[in-house]
Structures are given as structure tokens and as C-alpha cells.
Design a protein around this ligand. Structure first.
Ligand SMILES: [Zn+2]
Length: 322
């Protein structure tokens, strides 16, 4: 008997894919939609250990990106947004037990003004012995609703306060709510010397990832960590939608992809998945969908785990010009 093995290398697996996860609160059952229990956290960490995943400092991954080098498939970086007190009280000890580094993103106003649920500067300093600390804005605004001038003001206030309290310059930034657009990114990139910026779009990181647009997968509630680790970023260049349509009607999805695809799957929030045709590397799907949600996710890819993520948010402001 003869066995013939076919090795199929698809476009999406040409590059190694590391994963970055984001946690919020720990062992805090008042907020189930942002919470990770201790048992759940241990479950994730045991999974990483058992299947030989390597939890590395986030900067190790971004160094690879800077040098345009492949990132090993089994690398994982763990981030924590907002610097809630519950991380210090319940999460940190588990990270320490496993010797897993993390990156903590500080909501500066909440810490500086001592809002009840948030870590103090001393607790952040203590945590910095075990992880990296980055910026998560001053006032936790929805950046897309601010003018560029307001974005710069908020970030400058956050940057200066962070530096004064911790005696270090923040190296990186995580968008509040993971919300941003090209104008937001431009304001941060051009006015601050952040080495990298993180979003909150489901996907993986490979050498082609834009260092100012790094995807992170949210881990909240009960998750199937094996599924999350299967996510891969699919390469697509989005032509539309780029912004939320003014009349709320999504008229088409238009993107450029690798020419080898003849059909793909398209996902739209509150519509679900559908099949779309690809012609000469172009997806141009005519639609007429009224978007019910202010936050709509449009995803495209060959399968539900290999996707390019595009989130459009309704902007709620009078002064959205600049
Ligand atoms: Zn946040």
C-alpha cells in the first residue's frame, strides 16, 4: 500500500502566527462581560503549558515585527487593559506562579484620581517588576468622537502623568474600547514616539502585521482557548467600508485579496456569515443592509478562523471634520 501525502501550504499559513490576548477584570463577578475567574485563568495557563506555547514579553514580539522577522507560531503575549485593582488582587499572583510576563495598559485618570476599582501608582510600580506597562489614554474616551487636537491633548496628559508617576516613558498604547480609525492612528503616530499600538480585533500577528495596528483577542468569561489560538489574520486590503456609512446603510463590501481565492466568507454583525465571490482578487459584494448596531464588525476570510477584521463605529459628534 502506498500513501501519498499532500502538503498544502495556503496563503494564510505562509507566515507564522503568534497570538496576543487581552484580559480586563479578574475574579470580579460584578462584571461578567469583562471578567475572567481564577479557575478560568489557570485553565488558559495550563493549556499554554500543556501544548508548549511560550508566553513571551510583548516587546519580544514587536521587536520581531520591527526587524521584519518571522514570529514563532507558539508565541503568546498577554495584555491587561485598564489596570483594575482586581488584577493586582487576584490575577497577578497567578501570573507570578506561572512566571508569565504581561503588559498592563493604564487608564491614567482612573489611577491618578484614585477611582475605587483601579490600581494605585504604587501597585502599578510593584507590578512592573513582573511585566511591561503601557498607556491606555487619560480619560478613556472613544477616540473617534474626538477631534485630532483633543486626541493629542488626552494622550499628552496621559503621557506626562504616566512619566511623572512612574519615572518611565510609556513605550506603547492600547486604544480604549479598541476603537480607532486612520485619523486616530495618525494623530498618535505623528505626535508621540510609541513603538507600537494595539487594537482589539480578533486575529494573529505575523511579520506583515502593521506595528501601529496590532490585533489582540479578548478573553472574557468562559472561552475555548483552543479556538482562540486557531485564529489567523487573513490578508485583505479593505476598500470599503472604511467608515460607518452616514445614512447607516452598508451598500457594499469591497476588498482586495490574493488572486488564488475564488470565493470567501463574509461576516457582518447581526447578519452573520454569507458566501461571496472573488474575481481576480477582488471582492465587490453589493449589499443594502441597514446597520442596526453603532459598532459593526465586517470580516472576510476563507474560513471562520482565518479572517481579516474591519470594525466600523458610528461617530457621535458634531465636530468630526478634523
Ligand atoms: Zn479600557
Amino acid at each position: 500500500m502506498r500513501y501519498i501525502f499532500f502538503i498544502i501550504i495556503s496563503f494564510s499559513t505562509l507566515f507564522a502566527n503568534a497570538h496576543i490576548f487581552v484580559y480586563h477584570r479578574f475574579a470580579d463577578d460584578r462584571y461578567p462581560s469583562a471578567n475572567t475567574t481564577k479557575q478560568e485563568l489557570i485553565k488558559h495557563f495550563e493549556y499554554f503549558k500543556k501544548y508548549n506555547y511560550k508566553v513571551v514579553p510583548l516587546s519580544k514580539i514587536t521587536d520581531k515585527l520591527e526587524q521584519n522577522e518571522d514570529i514563532p507560531d507558539n508565541w503568546i503575549a498577554l495584555t491587561i487593559d485598564d489596570a483594575y485593582k482586581s488584577f493586582y488582587e487576584h490575577g497577578l499572583e497567578i501570573f507570578k506562579q506561572y512566571n508569565y510576563p504581561f503588559s498592563l495598559y493604564v487608564y491614567v485618570q482612573a489611577t491618578d484620581k484614585k477611582y475605587g476599582d483601579f490600581m494605585s501608582w504604587d501597585q502599578i510600580k510593584e507590578s512592573s517588576k513582573y511585566g511591561e506597562i503601557g498607556l491606555h489614554s487619560y480619560s478613556h474616551p472613544r477616540l473617534q468622537n474626538l477631534s485630532s487636537k483633543e486626541i493629542i491633548e488626552d494622550t499628552k496628559k496621559a503621557y506626562d502623568t504616566f512619566e511623572k508617576r512612574l519615572n518611565i516613558k510609556p513605550q506603547s498604547y492600547a486604544y480604549p474600547y479598541g476603537e480607532y480609525n486612520a485619523r486616530v492612528t495618525k494623530a498618535l503616530k505623528e505626535n508621540f514616539d510609541f513603538k507600537f499600538i494595539l487594537n482589539q480585533n480578533t486575529g494573529s500577528v505575523n511579520k506583515k502585521t502593521n506595528i501601529y495596528d496590532i490585533p489582540r483577542i479578548a478573553l472574557v468569561g468562559k472561552v475555548n482557548i483552543n479556538h482562540k489560538l486557531r485564529y489567523k489574520t487573513f490578508d485583505a486590503t479593505w476598500i470599503s467600508p472604511i467608515v460607518f456609512p452616514k445614512d447607516g446603510i452598508l451598500k457594499s463590501v469591497h476588498a482586495k485579496v490574493d488572486k488564488k481565492y475564488k470565493k470567501l466568507k463574509l461576516y457582518i454583525t447581526s447578519e452573520g456569515w454569507r458566501d461571496v465571490k472573488v474575481k481576480d482578487g477582488i471582492v465587490d459584494e453589493k449589499l443594502n443592509i441597514y446597520l442596526k448596531r453603532a459598532r459593526t464588525r465586517v470580516m472576510l476570510g476563507p474560513d471562520v478562523f482565518t479572517i481579516s477584521n474591519n470594525v466600523i463605529n458610528k461617530i457621535k459628534t458634531k465636530k468630526q471634520g478634523e
